[in-house]
Design a binder for this molecule. Structure first.
Ligand SMILES: Cc1ncc(COP(=O)(O)O)c(C=O)c1O
Length: 394
């Protein structure tokens, strides 16, 4: 039996490796506190679970769903975009439910990348943008996100010969892993850039609802002309603590949404309908759970930032998203530092280099750690000692 080279070329998915290392330590009896994975620890709101139980009883929801989603769900998504961002969408042509944003992000490459084409992919970034590109036979051209530019890509620096081959531009704000945010003026320049170069913008925005200190992230779809040239992936995973239920959406340009709908109708049979009803309930019901969750994350953010600063790490305080992006101390790289934390104090974080070469020099800590583990993790972090600090010469 021979595995296809496209699979052989894939490296193990980042979190699989991290989980493996943590599992090995735990198997040896070590207790590890993990800040490594961005998966909300707070349960799905009970009214959504009630809707799931109620609709699961209906035999109409036991059969194959349509892969393009219930019309009521498409309408609920359009209504939510209108209420939240004042963006009007046609539910029939500009909205498509997904089996989680990750599924759509991976699959859209097959709609817009021919073998040999290029996708412009931020570095560091959520790994699926480049993995989808690679599986479709394309190449990622990496756009370095620098701290001094607020972790926004410098679109002007891309050479013409790259632009000629580029079909897709990936963006993600509020950003995983850097915690950076983008404002509307940046998205307006992205629209001009994409129109000029005939590139599809795929903005990934699953963290727009996780924000702190009263800050309200914008949607790429609010930019003037965004729907002419772009789509936005979104998700119920982080907004409503629904990572385990697998439901998200893509909205925007009808041709791009239609292409993904065609691909999906040939590959999958949709999202279980009871879960689609949960999503309708989430999007159209009271939204209090969002500010409740955000106040928990904000409290955790402040505690983590304080402890990391105390042990000598440079940390920006994120306005949104689920992550703290901290510079590793001098003398370490991100993998060394991650290993040192694991060995010295039994704390797991994610090495920045796992998100791309430009993530070197940073580690990521997630705010989705339960409070009891957080207290333990912070006390352990406070006890970490920098054994590589160079002692000044006399
Ligand atoms: C930037 C980004 N996009 C997409 C996803 C996946 O979202 P979903 O659970 O809807 O597949 C994640 C998950 O961590 C993410 O960080």
């Amino acid at each position: 039996m021979r595995v296809a080279s496209r699979i052989e070329k894939l490296k193990p998915y980042l979190f699989v490796e991290i989980n493996k290392k943590i599992a090995e330590k735990r198997a040896k009896g070590e207790e590890i506190v993990s800040f490594a994975i961005g998966d909300p620890d707070i349960p799905t709101p009970s009214r959504l679970l009630e809707k799931l139980c109620e609709t699961a009883q209906d035999p109409a929801n036991h059969r194959y769903p349509e892969s393009e989603g219930l019309p009521e769900l498409c309408q609920a998504i359009a209504k939510w975009y209108k209420q939240r961002f004042d963006v009007s969408l046609d539910p029939a042509t500009e909205v498509l439910p997904l089996i989680g944003a990750k599924e759509g992000i991976g699959h859209i490459a097959f709609c817009f990348i021919n073998p040999g084409d290029t996708a412009l992919v931020p570095d560091p970034a959520y790994p699926v943008y480049s993995i989808g590109t690679q599986l479709a036979g394309g190449r990622a051209y990496y756009l370095t996100l620098r701290q001094e530019n607020g972790f926004l890509p410098d679109l002007k620096s891309i050479r013409d010969y790259i632009l000629k081959k580029a079909r897709v531009l990936w963006l993600n704000y509020p950003n995983n892993p850097t915690g950076a945010v983008a404002e509307l003026d940046f998205f307006n320049t992205v629209v001009d850039f994409a129109k000029k170069n005939d590139i599809l913008v795929c903005h990934d925005g699953p963290y727009t609802e996780v924000a702190f200190d009263g800050y309200q992230p914008v949607s790429f779809m609010q930019a003037e002309g965004a729907r002419d040239i772009g789509v936005e992936f979104h998700s119920l995973s982080k907004s409503y603590n629904m990572t385990g239920w697998r439901i998200g959406m893509v909205v925007g340009n009808a041709k791009a949404v239609g292409a993904l709908r065609t691909l999906k109708s040939n590959l999958d049979s949709g999202i279980p309908q009871a879960i689609q009803y949960m999503a309708i309930e989430a999007l159209t019901g009271p939204q209090d759970c969002i500010s409740e969750h955000n106040s928990v994350y904000q409290r955790r953010r402040d505690l983590i930032v304080e402890v990391l600063s105390n042990i000598g790490l440079e940390v920006a305080v994120p306005k949104a998203g689920l992550y703290i992006w901290a510079r590793v101390p001098e003398g370490y790289n991100s993998v060394d530092f991650t290993a040192d934390l694991l060995d010295q104090v039994g704390v797991a974080v994610t090495p920045g280099v796992g998100y791309g070469r430009s993530g070197e020099g940073y580690v990521r800590l997630s705010l989705t750690i339960p409070d009891a583990a957080l207290v333990k993790g912070l006390s352990r972090l406070s006890g970490w000692r920098n054994t590589r600090r160079l002692t000044p010469k006399r």
